[in-house]
Design a protein around this ligand. Structure first.
Ligand code: GLU
Length: 503
């Protein structure tokens, strides 16, 4: 990355933050934000701060914090300061920082950077409407900017409780967005905005920049939806600098492009493709999901979609993030995940399947050595065929379930275990009864008996055997599967299927 991203900072002085509101598991949009902030910080050897923006108690859920931390841990996005880590700029949960905000607001008021506004909602609405009718800007009109002490007293006597507004500068606010280049906001579009509600409640446009200033954040990456708030936040930084809060340095901003879902609409938190829980349950690999999310706006090189997180960190350049909206493609997401599945060492692949097989009741949570042996041996049969880990249940369940729980999928039975299937199963059982139990010998025996002996096409020969032993029409390669299942179980299942065959 070029100096124009760092300015006069040393690379290791870079400090980013991820600032989620703890409303549940993370979703695709904020995971991408976390990923880019993390890759940015790690690229330079700087710091990632995790700050929990939990002042809006109505939106928080009790498990929200834990879900947020669990999400990040699952993803492998680690933070240097924040909950469970501590750091010099804590507390890192905004709900524990209320005194800090009160203090900063008092300083802003004392310095005239902010002021009390006593306008009622009705008055604001009326004046806004009048301005609109007159074709003027309808933002806050600055009514309470210059109240005399007598006017203030009159409002107080009326029992009005004021909000606190920031006094916005009367000049354009221009900044160089790290993704979108230079952006200018004109003062007529930037009315004095509310920092603190009349009930004393500090709002996001106050607490977020105050914490960025106090936590010495140097770069802010966040979604494009927050772009309209940026000029206001920059004005607040400047005010904070003047009253000596924080480093005096306004962070650089980078606004990440929208993520579009079905029908070219913004991917919402409620979209089924959005929630992290969905990806965890389907058995995505964290590295597969992150790789795909990185492609929503960034690419490591032309014609290259698959990369590891260390490779991303090495190459990440915020200046190369595309400002155009990115389209979320669930199929591509799965394909990228599949590519990462293929890259796993076999024992790692086996280990990662265990929780899915355990959850489905196919394996115990702590499988025996024998079970692990079978699972490891099965990896080469399925690693190229699975897109997500949860597919292991359908793919490999038949190797582990005991006879009492084994069943043939009725649809497969209806399609394949019919007509001459019993003759095929009989012949297969006979051929396998005392053959050497190796893949090669099993294959040779079945070919001799079913293809040469009965004159069947491979599909008609092996289809019934496959359904009989795996219960499904799609399974790992047949001869290897038989070998792994073992002779006794294989013969028993052929026999069982023989009995269910319908004519
Ligand atoms: N808590 C805010 C959010 O989750 C953070 C916004 C920001 O990064 O500035 O949207």
């Amino acid at each position: 990355m070029t100096d124009d991203v760092l300015g006069d900072l040393e690379p290791t002085e870079v400090r980013l933050r991820f600032a989620p509101s703890p409303t549940g598991l993370l979703h695709v949009g904020n995971i991408r934000t976390a990923l880019f902030a993390w890759a940015f910080a790690r690229h330079f050897g700087g710091k990632l701060v995790l700050r929990i923006e939990d002042t809006d108690t109505a939106r928080n859920t009790p498990e929200g914090l834990q879900y947020t931390l669990d999400s990040l841990r699952w993803l492998g996005i680690d933070w240097d300061e924040g909950p469970e880590k501590g750091g010099d700029f804590g507390p890192y949960q905004q709900s524990a920082r209320m005194d800090i905000y009160t203090d900063v607001v008092a300083k802003l008021l004392a310095a005239g950077k902010a002021y009390h506004c006593y306008c009622s909602q009705e008055e604001l609405d009326q004046r806004r409407e009048a301005a609109r009718t007159a074709g003027q800007h309808s933002g806050y009109d600055g009514h309470c900017r210059t109240l005399t002490p007598e006017q203030v007293q009159a409002y107080v006597d009326e029992g009005r409780r004021p909000v606190v507004r920031l006094r916005m500068p009367d000049r354009p606010i221009v900044f160089d967005d790290l993704v979108r280049g230079e952006i200018t906001f004109l003062p007529e579009n930037l009315g004095d905005y509310v920092l603190v509600r009349a009930n004393g409640y500090p709002l996001y446009p106050l607490v977020n920049p105050v914490d960025d200033a106090l936590m010495q954040i140097t770069h802010v990456l966040r979604g494009e939806d927050l772009l309209p708030s940026t000029p206001r936040q920059i004005a607040l930084y400047e005010a904070l600098a003047e009253i000596g809060v924080g480093t005096g340095r306004t962070p650089r901003f980078g606004h990440l492009p929208f993520v579009m879902g079905e029908g070219n609409k913004k991917l919402s938190k409620r979209d089924p493709n959005s929630g992290l829980g969905e990806y965890m349950a389907r058995g995505f690999l964290p590295e597969g999901l992150l790789n795909y999310l990185a492609l929503l706006g960034w690419s490591i090189a032309e014609d290259r979609d698959v990369f590891t997180m260390p490779e991303m960190i090495e190459a990440f350049d915020i200046r190369k993030v595309n400002s155009n909206a990115a389209r979320f493609d669930p199929k591509k997401c799965e394909a990228i995940n599949a590519a990462h599945m293929r890259m796993l060492p076999a024992d790692d692949f086996a280990r990662r399947m265990v929780p899915f097989l355990a959850q489905a009741g196919v394996l115990p949570a702590e499988p025996s050595d024998a079970q692990l042996g079978v699972l490891n041996a099965a990896v080469p049969l399925v690693q190229e065929r699975m897109n997500t880990l949860s597919e292991s249940v359908d793919m490999l369940g038949f190797l582990f379930v005991d006879d009492a729980h084994f069943g043939v999928d009725p649809d497969a039975a209806a399609k394949v275990l019919t007509g001459d299937a019993d003759a095929v199963l009989d012949a297969a059982a006979k051929a396998l009864a005392d053959v050497d139990w190796t893949t090669e010998a099993i294959e040779a025996a079945l070919r001799a008996s079913l293809i040469e002996g009965l004159g069947l096409k491979p599909k008609n020969a092996f289809g019934p055997v496959r359904v009989a032993i795996s219960g499904r029409r799609i399974s790992p390669p047949l001869f290897e599967s038989l070998e792994l299942l073992g002779r006794d179980k294989s013969l028993h299942r052929l026999e069982q299927a023989r009995r269910t065959t319908t004519s």
